[in-house]
Design a protein around this ligand. Sequence first.
Ligand SMILES: [Zn+2]
Length: 174
Amino acid sequence: MDFGTHLLSGIILAYILTDFNSWMWVLIIIFALLPDLIGELFYQIGRITKGYKIKLIYDQEITSSSLYLKNSKYMIPYNFLHSLLAIGLLYIFSLPFELIIAYAIHIVLDLVSHSRDSWGIMIFWPFNKKRFGPKKNWWEWKFLKNTSVFYFNLITYIITIIIFLILKFFLNKF
Ligand SMILES: [Zn+2]
């Protein structure tokens, strides 16, 4: 999923799991973004080593980049951070469960929105390199064709804000 949706999921989790009196809420948001913050940094470096420019807009070239970077060492951080192994290590090192939840939700969002043919999550990496996920990446979904990714984001943001408001109503925290 895109950066903005991961960010919003982090904000919602921070709202549910903390009272904003500690810095835990900042850490929750960071952990909701962490697999991409580090993974995509190395991915961009990998692009440069192959002679491609840094790219932040999702398109067909981004889809095919997963193929020409398939065996690149620059994809190791991304693959590792998007695996059960990473979640397991957070657990082994006894990180607070709020952070593990935020991290795991990032992986779940990517699992259902990344194509099994290109960017699909290899959840059992490095033991098994099978990719899971739908037929197409979220930026290639049918209803997105000929429309801007902006509208997709608008929809996911509206959905997450509605979830946030429903939670606010039921938890009545403030
Ligand atoms: Zn991700």
